[in-house]
Design a protein around this ligand. Structure first.
Ligand SMILES: [Zn+2]
Ligand SMILES: [Zn+2]
Length: 252
């Protein structure tokens, strides 16, 4: 069994074939999909998908790109969403200094507020980090939160080690199939601290570069980890699934 721990299947990209996308994933051994919210409307969409499809679970959060647009009182709405039995984490939250779609000060405030919410609700945090390593790490350390994941890991071994020290996990996307610099990170991070994801509809792994990504493709991330760590695919599937079930412990 595989779990796609990070997919944006609530996006319009899938609206005309969402049944098929989920069915094809299940047919390919991807038995659970975590549908990731990026603002209040998409978080609610994720919740609806989770209610409709047994394989789907949801997270609710404000992505750094959307931080500027977060309405006052957004935390109350997020907190209400998290009461749902299939909402397994807060996020995605974080800092993106590559695109800078939101003012950095606002990004930091909204990130810190959601970290605190994760801590107080005892839910893991799903964190997006792009060219913002120091501030991401400082936020986690200051919050005292020790349950979460840096999703779509795209940094170096030193940052990975610092993150692992906080108790957080690391999740890899299809990027590891086409970004050479990440191969060493995959080799260095202990298997039991890593998870896999597609980040659909983005980041299609080889051999699907240029096509819309979807949860079934998480298999190719697992295959690449097996290749780099020189272990069996079976071992990667078992370990990453167990890690995801332990972290996202509201998954039944
Ligand atoms: Zn992200
Ligand atoms: Zn995402």
């Amino acid at each position: 069994m595989l779990i796609d721990t990070h997919a944006h299947i609530s996006y319009k990209d899938y609206s005309d074939r969402i049944d098929e996308v989920i069915q094809v994933a299940e047919n390919n051994g991807v038995e659970k999909i975590i549908s990731i919210g990026v603002d209040l409307p998409s978080s609610e969409e994720c919740l609806k998908l989770a209610e409709k499809y047994p394989a789907v679970y949801a997270t609710c959060g404000i992505h750094p790109h959307e931080a500027d647009k977060a309405p006052k009182g957004y935390l109350y709405e997020l907190e209400a969403f998290t009461q749902h039995p299939k909402v397994v984490a807060v996020g995605e939250m974080g800092l993106d200094y590559h695109y800078d779609f939101s003012d950095r000060k606002v990004q930091r405030r909204v990130y810190h507020e959601q970290l605190e919410m994760s801590k107080s609700l005892e839910l893991p945090a799903v964190v997006h980090c792009r060219e913002s390593d120091d501030d991401i790490l400082e936020g986690i350390q200051n919050s005292g939160l020790n349950r979460g994941v840096i999703h779509c890991f795209a940094s170096d071994v030193e940052f990975a080690e610092n993150i692992l020290e906080t108790g957080f996990h690391i999740s890899f996307t299809g990027m590891i199939t086409f970004v050479k610099e990440l191969e060493n990170v995959v080799k260095e991070v202990p298997l039991e601290r890593m998870m896999i994801e597609t980040d659909s509809p983005y980041l299609s792994p080889k051999p699907y570069r240029g096509k819309q990504n979807e949860p079934k493709n998480v298999l190719h991330v697992a295959e690449k980890i097996a290749e780099l760590k020189e272990i069996s695919l079976e071992e990667v599937m078992e370990s990453t699934t167990e890690t995801a079930l332990n972290l996202f412990n509201k998954i039944m």
